[in-house]
Design a protein around this ligand. Structure first.
Ligand SMILES: Nc1ncnc2c1ncn2[C@@H]1O[C@H](COP(=O)(O)OP(=O)(O)O)[C@@H](O)[C@H]1O
Ligand SMILES: [Mg+2]
Length: 362
């Protein structure tokens, strides 16, 4: 019998998406093909440090498990312990948000010269920044909501016309605005602004989370999402739809609370033209941002004219077995267990390819 591939499944992390990551880790652990893979769970607690493997197994069995007396450490400071795991053949990070999804952890894997699942450093870093992602999407010919970027010094010196609601309304052509940090997730720090009095508080809220914020034209409609899988020849799934109750949007509560009024429809019941436009734009954005492995790509579908408008790209989307990304591929004929195998194979293939490229310089 050939030796099983040893997978370092990394989950948790000190971001607002800690809980989702634990559930994703739990589901991947249960579903992974045990004939092919041997899993080493690696748990980053929400205090930001790597717990023991024994504790990692406990949190997989019970997502609410906490270690006693956690050492509070900033910035995943014992993350370099990943260097001391020679038995791991490939890392599978399912850590959302800052440090997990933004290229930092991916940079560590590159330094360790280990294969890993999901996007590489450049794509992970670029797509964590909503401003850069929109610039690349627009350049690739994909429609995006009009937007302005405000940086902290402009905000603090108080003189930029972008701080004036009337100027912004004139520039973006609407008083229906979304204000958001450039680097965040889970709808944290985002406000829907429709009148002058709400603009300054929305800016202040977004600047709590980042030094750069986006003021965007609000799009009235529903949200459509699609999933992409692959390295240089990516495949695109069908489309799912998120329908918020009239007058509401996809807030943190609507994403995660049991009493959410938002409905997910997979696959979306939409005209072929809308589905095909979404899939075509998703592929363009995936390639423009040089993604590999996977990404979930999100759009607004404007009610007035059925136009599909790019919103954001998630390099490490939620991966519980009821999450949009795996569900879309299940619909497309790739069940959850097989999807996990494919992602691991893609990570390995990219690593093998890069190793060959490097040898050319020998
Ligand atoms: N330009 C916009 N028009 C309409 N709704 C928006 C717009 N931008 C964001 N939203 C709403 O806010 C939610 C969160 O924004 P998003 O940019 O996806 O950030 P996050 O990374 O936090 O998910 C979206 O799912 C949508 O409901
Ligand atoms: Mg989003």
């Amino acid at each position: 019998m050939t030796k099983k591939t040893s997978v370092g499944l990394i989950f948790g992390g000190n971001s607002s998406e800690y809980e989702v990551s634990i559930v994703s880790g739990h589901n991947i652990y249960n579903a992974i093909d045990k004939e092919k893979f041997e899993v080493h769970p690696i748990w980053i607690t929400n205090e930001g440090y790597i717990a023991s493997e024994a504790d990692a197994f406990k949190v997989l069995a019970d997502p609410s498990y906490q270690v006693e007396n956690p050492h509070k450490l900033a910035n995943l400071s014992n993350i370099s312990e990943l260097a001391n795991l020679p038995e791991i053949d490939i890392f599978f990070p399912i850590v959302h948000g800052n440090l997990g999804e933004d290229g930092v952890l991916q940079g560590l894997f590159r330094l360790l010269n280990k294969p890993f699942v999901g996007d590489d450093v450049l794509a992970a870093a670029v797509t964590m920044d909503k401003d850069f992602t929109k610039i690349l999407a627009e350049r690739a010919g994909v429609p995006v909501a009009k937007w302005l970027t405000v940086k902290r010094p402009e905000y603090e010196d108080g003189e930029s016309p972008k701080l004036d609601f009337d100027y912004v309304v004139k520039t973006l052509g609407t008083s229906n605005l979304f204000v958001k940090p450039s680097n965040q997730g889970s709808s944290v720090g985002i406000s829907h602004v429709q009148k002058a009095a709400d603009y300054a508080p929305a800016l202040a809220e977004a600047f709590k989370y980042d030094d750069k914020i986006l003021v965007e034209e609000g799009i009235d409609g529903t949200e459509v999402e699609t999933a992409v899988l692959g390295n240089d020849r990516p495949v695109v799934s069908g489309v799912g739809q998120i329908i918020n109750k009239a007058g509401t949007w996809y807030t943190y509560e609507n994403k995660y609370a049991a009493e959410s009024t938002t409905k997910l429809q997979i696959p979306a019941d939409l005209p072929t033209e809308v589905v095909e436009a979404t899939r075509k734009y998703a592929l363009k954005v995936y390639q423009a941002t040089e993604c590999s492995g996977l990404a979930r790509i999100d759009f607004m579908l404007r009610t007035s004219d059925q136009k599909v408008i790019f919103n954001e790209l998630n390099a490490l989307p939620g991966f519980t077995n009821i999450s949009m990304y795996p569900k879309l591929f299940e619909e497309a004929g790739i069940p959850y267990t097989e999807l996990i195998t494919k992602l691991i194979e893609l990570g390995q293939a990219r690593f093998d390819h890069k190793a060959k490229l490097l040898h050319k310089h020998d």
